[in-house]
Design a protein around this ligand. Structure first.
Ligand SMILES: [Fe+2]
Length: 481
């Protein structure tokens, strides 16, 4: 293992431990505060029955064990939060926290999770419930809620507090341990489930009503929860399908690049840079995802056999060979379009990733804003990665050198607005300089499994790729295929 990587991983572990320590401290502090507010004279004024608390805790444990947790996200893969919220509404913040803490701890123990994970999961759940419940009580919400009129507004406060703490705490630890940006993790882990979770949380009120005001008692919880478990399962299957589709695309690209060690990891790195640049210019969540997918697949057409001899050729390509090589943009777009939900923007971004801003590119000679924005972004990301990767005839160029080359070819090959966004982006600079400095691949969770290797030096240069940028004449184009 490289010393740079070892240090980075050790530092990460320390950060994670510190972070968990802070969350545990906050949960303990909130618990002490709740006890001092609700049992000021040492007595339990909530009227909580021991058997009732036990029944809620048992149900929460049963539900957690029954849940199919998401493989891709640890934020909201659960439904037991409905029971935690209902428990806090029926028995008050302290007993609600106790139900939550004990049931989460039991399930974590059954799963034999490592102590740090147990501590974090218990603490973040307890903290979320306490913050939500204290907001509810602070807004004069009655325990247990007696009428919708007197508790709905306060209940919204509870839910906002609960999810605010829950998603922030978990996204924080994922961001640290996977070295991703907090906002990225928060959006990707919360977005698909936000509507569902907020709607499902209303069912806590249903549970409370059935428990407090009907003879069903604890059975009322099952009446409410079982149908939701089914709906949840459908959501999860759908989400996992989307993840699997994306992973299959990555697998395909890796398989193609495996034939040529020189380009190993290139497409994924281009996708990483393109994603940051797309975000930098303010594209929406969906458009950013389309740009990243197109960047991942931009050269997928090179899988065709006709390109193999050209990719292997060490000498300069002839005019005829260059023309054939240029057709890879079209062939890539054709391949991408075989996947129905990639037709449209993603297909267009791939098709036009070799267009030049002044209209001198291919395949259609589009110019300026006529070139789809995603294609203009990929053109820059592709070139930036080519320049910052070691070549047999030169070392990777510095970030400053990349900036000067991009500036030189601004208006000619590249969109000047995007070049400017690239130059001023702290995130892009950080990503590229970090990689150049530590020889560690770009920051992405997949690399943590060792699934993405740095490009080893190939035995032969490919003349069709970028030559040393310092020797690129002004009249030439920065090759970025
Ligand atoms: Fe290309």
């Amino acid at each position: 293992m490289l010393p740079g990587r070892a240090n980075v991983e050790e530092r990460q572990k320390t950060f994670v431990r510190l972070y968990v320590g802070v969350v545990v401290g906050l949960a303990l502090g909130a618990f002490v505060l709740a006890v001092s507010l609700h049992f000021p004279d040492g007595s339990d004024a909530t009227g909580a029955s021991f058997s009732g608390v036990l029944a809620f805790a048992a149900l929460a444990v049963g539900l957690q064990l029954a849940e199919h947790r998401l493989a891709v996200s640890s934020v909201t893969g659960a439904i037991s939060f409905i029971v935690y919220i209902a428990g806090a509404l029926v028995f008050g913040p302290v007993w609600g926290a106790a139900i939550t803490g004990v049931s989460v701890a039991l399930v974590q123990a059954v799963r034999r999770n490592p102590p740090i994970k147990v501590a974090f999961n218990v603490a973040q759940h307890v903290l979320a419930i306490l913050v939500g419940a204290l907001i509810y009580v602070g807004m004069d919400g009655p325990i247990p809620p007696d009428s919708i009129d007197r508790s709905l507004f306060q209940f919204v406060g509870f839910v906002v507090g609960f999810f605010g703490v829950n998603t922030t705490a978990v996204s924080g630890v994922v961001a640290i341990s996977e070295r991703r940006r907090f906002s990225d993790v928060w959006i990707s882990n919360t977005w698909s489930f936000a509507g569902y979770d907020l709607a499902a949380s209303v069912l806590s009120l249903g549970i409370v009503w059935l428990y407090v005001h009907t003879p069903l008692g604890v059975l009322g919880i099952a009446v409410v929860v079982l149908p939701i478990l089914f709906i949840r399962h459908v959501y999860q299957v759908n989400h996992q399908l989307q993840e699997t589709n994306h992973e299959l695309l990555e697998l395909m690209v890796k398989a193609i690049e495996a034939r040529d060690p020189y380009t190993s990891g290139h497409s994924q790195r281009v996708a990483d840079i393109a994603r940051l640049l797309a975000r930098e210019i303010g594209l929406g969540f969906k458009d950013v995802a389309s740009v990243a997918t197109a960047a991942l697949l931009h050269d997928v057409g090179k899988i065709h056999e006709e390109y193999a001899p050209l990719l292997r050729k060490e000498a300069k390509l002839t005019v005829e060979e260059k023309r054939l090589m240029d057709s890879h943009a079209l062939r890539s777009a054709e391949l991408v379009a075989t996947i129905s939900n990639l037709r449209g923007p993603v297909e267009q971004f791939v098709r036009h990733h070799h267009e030049n801003f002044d209209g001198s590119g291919y395949p259609d000679g589009l110019a300026g804003e006529d070139i789809p924005i995603g294609a203009r972004i990929i053109a820059i990301a592709d070139t930036a990665d080519a320049m910052t990767t070691d070549r047999p005839y030169r070392r990777a160029l510095t970030f400053e050198k990349v900036l000067s080359v991009l500036a030189r070819f601004s208006w000619k090959q590249f969109d000047p607005r995007l070049v400017s966004a690239f130059r001023t982006s702290a995130a892009i600079r950080h990503m590229i300089e970090n990689r150049l400095r530590s020889d560690v691949p770009f920051l992405d969770p997949s690399e943590q499994n060792g699934s993405r290797a740095t490009s080893p030096l190939p035995t032969a240069a490919r003349s069709s790729l970028l030559s040393d940028a310092s020797s690129v004449p002004d009249s030439a184009r920065v090759a970025n295929e």
